[in-house]
Design a protein around this ligand. Sequence first.
Ligand SMILES: *[C@@H]1O[C@H](CO)[C@@H](O)[C@H](O)[C@H]1NC(C)=O
Ligand SMILES: [Cu+2]
Length: 167
Amino acid sequence: MASMNLFIVLAVVSVVFPTVVLATEFKVGDDSGWTIKFDYVAWAKDKEFHVGDKLVFSYPPGAHNVHKVNGTGFKDCIVPPQNEALSTGNDVITLATSGNKWYLCGVGQHCTIGGQKLAITVLPAADVKLDAPSSAPASTSSAIGVVKIGYQTFVVVLMAITMIVLV
Ligand SMILES: *[C@@H]1O[C@H](CO)[C@@H](O)[C@H](O)[C@H]1NC(C)=O
Ligand SMILES: [Cu+2]
């Protein structure tokens, strides 16, 4: 019986695990958090953001806030109404769509003088990080398709075996 239970656990884990691995949580500014006089351009430069990933803006509550703005707002530091700000000091934003996203701090001159603003480009959901060089997108996606089908088949077979053993 113990081995069957293990089997079930493995089957469940194999279904649940991929979604856990594939979403990345980014702490904006790493150990510096969300603050003034930090180079968020450099911070974002070498990172890949995908739909489903999360941004965490971390700062002492009251010191800063977080506004999502458009490209113009970003460039000119146009601060939206205060009541639209995130301001808990631990603001988590799930990247729901692909494309360019812009965020800034609406406190004082933090955006204009402090450079407290972040621009990122969100890529489609990261099914697999097998990313071949982007020169061959078509073959890459079909390869991913095969991998996914293979994986799902594996899980279904595993489930089926588990059921048969249990009956
Ligand atoms: C960008 O946001 C500002 C206000 O923050 C608004 O006035 C403007 O129309 C927006 N631009 C676009 C292209 O949506
Ligand atoms: Cu600020």
